[in-house]
Write a protein that binds this ligand. Structure first.
Ligand SMILES: NC(=O)c1ccc[n+]([C@@H]2O[C@H](COP(=O)([O-])OP(=O)(O)OC[C@H]3O[C@@H](n4cnc5c(N)ncnc54)[C@H](O)[C@@H]3O)[C@@H](O)[C@H]2O)c1
Length: 359
């Protein structure tokens, strides 16, 4: 049987060249740095020279666990460290800007966490400041690099489903938001923290929408402040459309975390394994039904890695390459503003019950 998928595997493989492995310092030794950033960086032999957290014990424990040589006392110490080229920020969204600006002034390139900010205007200021300082700012929207999503996009780009005209994300899961007390306290939750990934992935596969409308809701009596149920619709030029549904209160034991892309010559469908058993997860699935390739029925694509931690090498690898060679990383801040613009439009749509024109 011909190996149709060899070019897809090649297009999604990430290799970091030794000359791109510039020194990195991390701000924030929280769960995501510990479970995702650092394991992915270690797998690729990246050079993490130090870490800092307001919680010094936590910083020391994470440094010991991942063999990081230095624990900084403050962010100022990182800014002053001439050896540090890239700063990887993984703190709460509302403190990110206050750390990022002085780092840019000190000449550091940044990988910021998503959401870049809860406040769209602040996100714009950060991106403009990076441009003014001629430093690169990338955002950790690493779902684009998750193997199932990256492979699906590569299949679309190869023309295997013709022109894509419909993309859907359907999450009916139980998410224990109480594990992140700061998230549970936010007045806005799902779109800002979760669906933002899938909006970004829609943009990656289909492009930028023209209209957005959405509705956000809670579960009666839920402890979280923000929305835990959302439906979002994005309309593109022509009749192309994306629909994103998130429901985080499935206690029935039948989780669903699916995506699908339909095109004029075929379809792609997949599942996001992480959401079936967070944070352990299981492998994603991906299948292709193409009238372009000489196949009959659904063809299984063997996904070999998980979103967490594997995809977390993607944004950092692209940033390091851009710093070393020139160019801009895929998930650069300017691009990310378009994802944030959609999030902002959807909240406005839900609050005012209107369709929001994006461009
Ligand atoms: N890209 C993704 O898929 C993804 C997944 C989970 C979380 N995140 C994002 O990562 C960030 C961190 O999330 P987490 O789950 O690790 O949270 P966490 O609560 O586990 O960790 C946050 C850490 O930041 C530290 N911190 C807060 N303010 C600080 C400051 N001023 N200086 C230094 N350290 C500071 C805290 O002490 C804490 O250790 C959030 O912005 C979240 O949205 C992204």
């Amino acid at each position: 049987m011909p190996d149709f998928f060899a070019p897809i595997r090649e297009a999604t493989a990430i290799r970091v060249r030794d000359e791109h492995k510039l020194p990195i310092a991390i701000v924030g030794a929280g769960e995501i740095a510990d479970l995702a950033h650092l394991p992915a960086y270690r797998e690729h032999g990246l050079k993490v020279v130090g870490i800092m957290d307001l919680d010094r014990e936590r910083a020391r424990a994470v440094a010991a666990r991942h063999g990081i040589p230095r624990v900084y006392e403050s962010t100022a110490e990182i800014a002053q460290d001439k050896d540090v080229v890239v700063v990887d920020i993984a703190v709460f969204p509302w403190v990110q800007g206050g750390i990022a600006l002085p780092m840019l002034d000190a000449g550091k390139h940044l990988l910021c966490q998503k959401p870049l900010s809860y406040d769209f205007d602040e996100a714009v200021r950060l991106v403009e400041h990076a441009e003014k300082r001629k430093r690169l700012l990338a955002v950790n929207q690493q779902l684009r690099y998750s193997e199932s999503v990256a492979a699906a996009r590569a299949m679309v780009k190869a023309g295997w489903i013709g022109k894509p005209f419909e993309m859907s994300w359907d999450f009916h899961v139980y998410t224990p938001w109480e594990n992140w007390p700061w998230v549970a306290k936010q007045p806005r939750l799902d779109l800002n923290q979760f669906t933002i990934h899938f909006i970004d992935a829609v943009r990656y596969v289909i492009g930028d929408p023209v209209y957005a409308y959405g509705t956000q809701a809670r579960e009666p009596g839920q402890p979280e402040q923000g929305e835990t149920r959302t439906i979002s619709v994005l309309e593109f030029e022509g009749e192309t459309r994306a629909v994103l549904k998130s429901f985080h209160k499935n206690r029935a034991g039948d989780p669903r975390a699916e995506f699908r892309i339909d095109g004029t010559e075929g379809s792609i469908r997949g599942t996001i394994g992480l959401m079936y058993d967070y944070p352990r997860g299981r492998a994603d699935t991906l299948e292709l039904n193409s009238r372009v390739l000489p196949t009959d029925g659904w063809l299984h694509y063997p996904v070999t890695s998980r979103w967490i931690p594997t995809a977390f090498i993607g944004p950092m690898a692209a940033l390091l390459e851009a710093v070393a060679k020139g160019g801009v990383p895929l998930t650069n801040g300017r691009d990310n503003l378009e994802t944030l613009r959609i999030v902002r439009a959807l909240y406005r749509s839900g609050e005012e019950h209107v369709v929001v024109k994006l461009r």
